[in-house]
Ligand binder design. Structure first.
Ligand SMILES: Nc1ncnc2c1ncn2[C@@H]1O[C@H](COP(=O)(O)OP(=O)(O)OP(=O)(O)O)[C@@H](O)[C@H]1O
Ligand SMILES: [Mg+2]
Length: 304
């Protein structure tokens, strides 16, 4: 039984690979489940990293209980979900054949409706649906996941290479919003692996101010780099469920609570202005971030 009327579909996306999309969607799902919310985690990436991280690799029938199978056969989430070992969290697993989705559906009128059809009625069972997406443009998968979403989160590392990615992914999301899904709202950039060094801190201070000035919020709680993430990958478990991962647990808990408060606020009818793409682009073109990092780091007396 779900515990309130709250229902939100949240897509984690960024064109850039390896910046914490899966870590964010998996750990936020498990954290919200532990807080009492009913959560469905959908692995929308043929790599299947989220499926592994959720520990369900041996719990689904690869012939009948995958996202691909649901898309191919127009099935409901109810037909393909499996229960995870984590409180209140169900999973729809990905298999490598999900790679075929782009070829099979690229000219189909269903292509942007794939997740929407899958999730019909899901508000009766869940408070939150998290969709993990593939890197790069994601073929039909990322646009379809954004078309079904109420909100999107942009996970990112804190490095200057990430900045170009924000402009790209926000453009894609805002296009989907204009063409297909007017409710799509940006929850913000989530820093997923903050290193303890002055260059990362300096970049973060600088870029946070810039992004905010372009109405692209940055989650106030940064997730610190942690060795527990490596252990979690090895064990096929969400990092927040490991002993000795207190800092990660606290970080994801703070962010989960932030998400709940942002969603409640937005559902209460206080819409915020969306990201200002022109300003984001201007910032990108006029602010040499690498120079900034060097300048800021010199201020902090770092050696090069
Ligand atoms: N806080 C952290 N501390 C240490 N390592 C981290 C942290 N967050 C993520 N990582 C590591 O960074 C790598 C990329 O993370 P993740 O797989 O979540 O990114 P992704 O964006 O989903 O990647 P892909 O684009 O391949 O799907 C992984 O090896 C993960 O364990
Ligand atoms: Mg991933």
């Amino acid at each position: 039984m779900k515990n309130s009327d709250l229902y939100a579909v949240i897509t984690c996306t960024n064109n850039k690979g390896g910046i914490g999309k899966t870590a964010s969607s998996v750990n936020l799902s498990v954290t919200l489940g532990a807080l009492g919310a009913k959560v469905l985690f959908i692995d929308g990436d043929p790599q299947g990293n989220g499926t592994k991280a959720m520990g369900v690799r041996d719990k689904f029938n690869p012939a009948t209980q995958t996202l691909w199978h649901a898309f191919r056969n127009k099935l409901s989430y109810k037909d393909v979900r499996v229960a995870s070992s984590y409180k209140n969290v169900d999973v729809i697993a990905a298999s490598t054949d999900l790679e075929d989705a782009t070829d099979v559906f690229s000219s189909s009128p269903r292509r942007l409706k794939l997740f929407k059809q899958l999730l019909q009625g899901a508000e009766q069972d869940y408070n939150y649906v998290f969709i993990d997406t593939p890197p790069a443009k994601g073929g039909v998968l990322t646009p379809a996941a954004l078309s079904a979403a109420d909100y999107y989160i942009i996970p990112s590392f804190a490095d200057s290479d990430s900045y170009d990615g924000f402009v790209k992914i926000v453009s894609v999301c805002e296009e989907i919003k204009d063409a297909e899904n007017e409710k799509l709202t940006c929850l913000g950039v989530l820093i997923t692996c903050l290193k303890k060094n002055p260059a990362s801190q300096a970049y973060l201070d600088y870029v946070t101010t810039l992004l905010k000035s372009a109405n692209l919020p940055v989650f106030p709680h940064f997730i610190a780099q942690s060795d527990s993430m490596d252990s979690a990958r090895l064990l096929g478990k969400p990092a927040v469920t490991l002993p000795n991962a207190a800092a990660l647990k606290d970080g994801y808990l703070a962010n989960a609570k932030f998400i709940v408060s942002q969603i409640k606020e937005s559902k209460a009818g206080r819409p915020k202005k969306g990201p200002d793409l022109e300003k984001l682009g201007l910032i990108k073109n006029s602010s040499p971030l690498d120079e900034m990092v060097i300048k800021e780091t010199k201020k902090l007396n770092m050696e090069f």
